[in-house]
Write a protein that binds this ligand. Structure first.
Ligand code: GDD
Ligand code: MG
Length: 342
């Protein structure tokens, strides 16, 4: 069986981290987040990675890990359905489509069994949330059939609190719904059309956990949940840590000096954090330097940036990002795809 991993978004909600790294490669407990998805797939799956932005990093990852995968490159971003259509030549039977920014306990085998039992054309995984306006929301019948799918509705128009959890089991007929060589959204165009046509469209709910890693807060939350699941308070790679880490991760070749406190944060590789610095809810990309006595809260620092000694940047609800270089060529200045309507 084949699984298409959707890995071609720009990850604009995670900029500046995604200015230099493809979203699926961003580290989560010091491992690229896509590796959690790969590990959850049963062995006999053929992996097709639908990519374009920074696809060379994805190629490199699969090569390094010795994992066989087809990298299906789009000439330009084609959206969540366009990317699937673009990979049509690799598909020969019932197949999976998986968002690459989700960590979950979805049991893939049971998910497929359910799809087969229901004789569905489309089955999507579902998860209950409070902030429905940030997701695709469904109206689910008691027999599991979905009556309505609406992408990122205003909260008061959401048909329920059950959202599209980002894993689909699809019959090849779905491919006929997608026009080739055009930007097509699975969520905004294809799913509503299939439901409208009265085709068997089902939802599969599951237990355990579901974490969306697509935003700063949920990225940090995901890291904390995974630490807790492992029963550890922090994780450090091959680095020198003299300060205190709480619910945080530190990659390789970092130096965390004396009296530093790092709380609820993610530090990538090759970073230096000077004496007495305090970091809370921060994400620090590779090769950053943070000066002595700096105090940072809710700050996301792009690769290779420097924060001087004694600098204080404290936010509560909002986030501040640090990036002093030009934007990478071709990077969009706003979210494309399925943005939230406000
Ligand atoms: N190849 C390719 N090409 N992949 C893409 C493209 C594209 O043009 N656009 C987005 N993707 C990938 C992203 O990398 C991500 O893995 C997945 O498709 C979904 O895109 P996001 O940009 O992360 O969408 P979202 O988070 O706003 O919403 C989606 O996920 C929610 C669950 O987290 C939707 O599917 C919602 O309905 C869903 O609830
Ligand atoms: Mg997402």
């Amino acid at each position: 069986m084949q699984a298409i991993i959707l890995a071609g978004g720009f990850g604009t909600r995670l900029a500046p981290l995604t200015y230099t790294k493809a979203k699926p490669i961003l580290p989560l407990l010091n491992k690229p987040m896509i590796s959690y998805l790969i590990e959850a797939l049963p062995q006999n799956f053929e992996v097709i990675v639908a990519a374009n932005y920074r696809n060379e990093q994805l190629k490199e990852y699969f090569k390094e890990m010795g994992i066989k995968a087809i990298i299906s490159k789009e000439p330009k971003p084609l959206g969540t359905a366009g990317a699937v259509k673009n990979a049509e030549k690799y598909i020969n039977d019932t197949f999976l489509v998986l968002n690459s920014d989700i960590i979950s306990s979805l049991n893939i085998r049971k998910f497929i069994q359910y799809h087969v039992k229901k004789k569905a054309m489309v089955t999507i995984s579902l998860w209950p949330v409070k902030n429905v306006e940030e997701y695709g929301v469904v109206d689910l019948q008691s027999d599991g059939r979905i009556r309505k799918f609406v992408e990122k509705p205003p909260r008061h128009e959401a048909p329920s609190n059950l959202i599209n959890a980002g894993a689909y089991c699809l019959e090849t007929e779905v491919l006929d719904y997608i026009e080739p060589n055009r930007f097509v959204s699975m969520e905004m165009e294809i799913f509503p059309k299939i439901i409208e046509d009265g085709k068997p469209f089902y939802g599969y709910t599951f237990d355990g956990y579901w974490i969306d890693v697509g935003r700063y807060s949920s990225y940090i939350e995901a890291s904390k949940i995974l630490l807790k699941k492992r029963g550890i308070k922090y994780l450090v790679g091959d680095s020198k840590v003299e300060g205190i880490l709480k619910e945080s991760t530190v990659g390789n070749n970092c130096i965390i000096e004396k009296n530093v406190i790092v709380k609820s944060s993610i530090i990538y590789d090759k970073c230096i954090i000077g004496e007495n610095a305090y970091l809370e809810n921060c994400i620090v990309a590779d090769n950053c330097r943070i000066g002595k006595n700096a105090k940072l809260k809710n700050v996301v620092i792009g690769e290779g940036e420097k924060i001087g000694d004694n600098v204080v940047i404290e936010n509560d609800e909002t986030w501040e990002t640090i990036w002093n270089k030009p934007l990478p060529e071709g990077y969009p200045d706003k979210q494309i795809g399925n943005p939230i309507k406000r």
